[in-house]
Design a protein around this ligand. Structure first.
Ligand SMILES: Nc1ncnc2c1ncn2[C@@H]1O[C@H](COP(=O)(O)OP(=O)(O)OP(=O)(O)O)[C@@H](O)[C@H]1O
Ligand SMILES: CC(=O)C(=O)O
Length: 335
């Protein structure tokens, strides 16, 4: 019997590992319906070749590619590093000033005792001392730090603006680049979404869908306030997992899902769905189970990130993602 096409959206993330037409075509043929472009690493203008390759690949398969742009928004990130930096446990590093570059808005929050999570929490530092230009911090959990990785300061009360200057420019050209959806990170309020919606409407993007990423406690708490304003809710487990002990993350995911189901709002589950496949051609049992359960819980879409952007097996990743979604759909239909 011929497999029915999936009713759900299946997204990869474009990056150096998959940005050529052939690989993207193979990903579409393996079941991908669209792709996310992470604008924390490039601007839409800089990614013109990647976007072009995407449209060419979709055309070859007779598909209409969804292109989601993931904005910078109020997310905090490390600045540009000339080369990767190894942070060993027990070492101390300067933050800000001549040390690891951090956004200006983060500097006043670097008080002694403040924890500093880098790269989705893979690295952890604690501030030991404030300096004139920043702070000194000790490495509690080490690793290799690359530029533009995420930065989280648990408990610090920072209010970055909804959009960066680069976001404003990307929104201006979004419609002409074939963008179909905008993902707004770290949504804090309905106002954040209204600001992006207005910018889209003023720039010929009235048909572009607005995805609200839930990435911290504020997003979790205020979801009822902005649920209606979003076209789709994104359970962004990378950063959301930084905002709580990891063992609490699944309950947070289930609570968001329940609220979305009750309101009839589509939701997407993302991040680390097939993380082991950045290195390996076969996923773990736990990973396929995670995808299956997201679909069983009612997800309208699933998305991978680094697995296709920088992983070794982008096409296989999409094949596992798509086949597992279809297996879950079959199970929902037939038991
Ligand atoms: N469009 C792109 N062009 C070049 N490199 C990219 C692009 N998108 C992503 N990358 C690289 O791939 C890595 C993984 O992509 P991903 O989108 O998961 O970024 P991230 O910064 O790790 O995650 P997030 O933005 O979700 O916190 C990035 O860290 C970056 O080095
Ligand atoms: C994808 C993303 O932004 C996250 O999971 O945090």
């Amino acid at each position: 019997m011929k497999e029915q096409p999936s009713a759900r959206q299946i997204y990869g993330t474009i990056g150096p590992a998959c940005a050529d037409v052939e690989t993207l075509e193979a990903m579409f043929r393996a079941g991908m319906t669209g792709i996310r472009l992470n604008l924390s690493h490039v601007t839409l203008a800089q990614a013109a070749d990647q976007v072009d390759a995407l449209h060419k690949a979709a055309q070859r398969c007779g598909k209409q590619a969804e292109l989601l742009i993931d904005m910078q928004g109020p997310e905090l990130r490390v600045g540009v590093l000339a080369e990767p930096l190894t942070l060993n446990e027990g070492e101390v590093f300067e933050l800000g000033g001549k040390g690891i570059p951090l956004p200006e808005i983060a500097i006043p929050a670097l008080l002694p005792g403040q924890e500093v999570l880098l790269d989705d929490g893979k690295l952890l530092l604690r501030v030991t001392e404030q300096t004139e230009t920043g702070a000194v911090a000790e490495v509690l959990r080490g690793g290799v730090l690359r530029g533009r990785k995420s930065l989280a300061l648990p408990g610090a009360d920072l209010e970055p603006p909804t959009m960066t200057a680069s976001d404003v420019e990307n929104i201006r050209v979004a419609a002409s680049c074939g963008v179909t959806g905008v993902m707004q990170p770290f949504v804090r309020s309905r106002r954040d979404l209204e600001t992006v919606r207005q910018a889209l409407d003023e720039n010929g993007g009235a048909n572009i869908r607005l995805f609200a990423k839930i990435e911290n406690q504020t997003g979790l708490e205020r979801l009822p306030e902005f649920l209606e304003t979003a076209d789709e809710i994104v359970i962004a487990r990378g950063d959301l997992g930084n905002a709580m002990p990891l063992w609490e993350l699944s309950a947070a995911q289930k609570r968001i899902e329940a609220q979305c189901r009750k309101a009839g709002k589509p939701f997407m589950v993302v991040t680390q769905m097939l993380a082991s496949m950045e290195q390996n051609p076969v996923p773990t049992r736990a990973e396929v189970s995670d995808i299956f359960n997201a679909v069983a819980d009612g997800a309208a879409a699933v998305m991978v990130t680094g697995e296709t952007a920088v992983g070794k097996w982008p096409v296989e990743v999409i094949r596992y993602l798509s086949n597992t979604v279809q297996a879950a759909e079959r199970f929902l239909r037939e038991g």
